[in-house]
Design a protein around this ligand. Structure first.
Ligand code: ADP
Ligand code: MG
Length: 243
């Protein structure tokens, strides 16, 4: 860990070669400071998945640059980028991606398999992390025995167990009922309060409002931030000055 921001996009663009070629992101400037809870939102096709791919080190910008902890991702080989991703980023997806025949504890511990943590310690750390997400009592259950909200909390524990710099969540409540979604969002807020850097991507404005800052994508561009956040109605520009 350095003093650098966790993520920095500088004029970053992403163009898929096609054919036909598609420019999915253009000229994006964004800094994610350590400890921030940033939400990123926008309608379908606005570039959210492409943004996830850049920030999650799954892809590199085709223009501008993307720095992770000060490291320019364009200067890395694929294998180096994958190693950085594996060590520093915890991913949470809409559809959980848990192994169905493994217990909650095993699902979490398996995330430490290639990290050099000894086997004994892997189980102990997985158990502690499951406790952290409120599922210490469900460690022995397989995913089929867990509710949707519990599955997503196991997935969050799996993302956290390697002590990443960044928790990157892609529509984490997209498959959940509103009560479970509330529990998961509350957990993310707690993790943020404990110091975790969280980036959450969602098409849902109500979910986006849970971040301490929201970036809005429109046609592959990040909209300038508005005081009071998106949807504040631009009240500063209405009324006054007439008579
Ligand atoms: P969102 O996740 O907000 O729906 P995406 O990042 O998936 O947006 O897509 C942004 C744009 O890039 C869309 O026009 C989409 O059709 C296009 N796109 C996404 N992935 C690819 C790809 N692999 N090849 C070509 N075009 C793509
Ligand atoms: Mg998408």
């Amino acid at each position: 860990m350095t003093g650098a921001p966790v993520v920095e996009l500088r004029g970053a663009g992403l163009r898929y070669p096609g054919p036909p070629a598609v420019t999915a992101l253009s000229d994006c400037d964004l800094t994610v400071a350590r400890g921030e809870f940033l939400t990123v939102t926008g309608p379908s096709g606005s570039g959210k998945s492409s943004f996830l791919n850049l920030v999650g080190l799954l892809d590199v910008p085709t223009s501008g640059c993307c720095l992770f902890d000060g490291i320019d991702t364009r200067g890395l080989r694929d294998r180096e980028r994958a190693a950085l991703r594996g060590r520093r980023i915890g991913f949470v997806f809409q559809s959980f991606h848990l192994l169905p025949r493994r217990t909650a504890l095993e699902n979490v511990a398996l995330a430490l398999l290639y990290t050099g943590v000894p086997q004994r310690e892997r189980a102990a750390r997985a158990a502690r992390t499951l406790k952290r997400v409120g599922l210490g009592h469900r460690a022995g259950a397989t995913p089929a025995r867990l509710s949707g909200g519990e599955r997503q909390r196991v997935a969050i524990a799996r993302a956290l167990v390697g002590r990443p710099d960044l928790l990157l969540c892609d529509e984490p409540t997209g498959n959940l009922d509103s009560v479970s979604a509330g529990v998961v969002l509350e957990l993310l807020a707690e993790l943020h309060a404990d110091g975790m850097t969280v980036v959450l991507i969602t098409h849902d404005p109500a979910v986006a409002a849970r971040g301490t800052r929201t970036a809005v994508l429109r046609d592959g561009r990040l909209l300038p931030a508005e005081p009071g956040g998106p949807g504040s109605g631009g009240s500063g520009s209405r009324g006054g000055g007439t008579g």
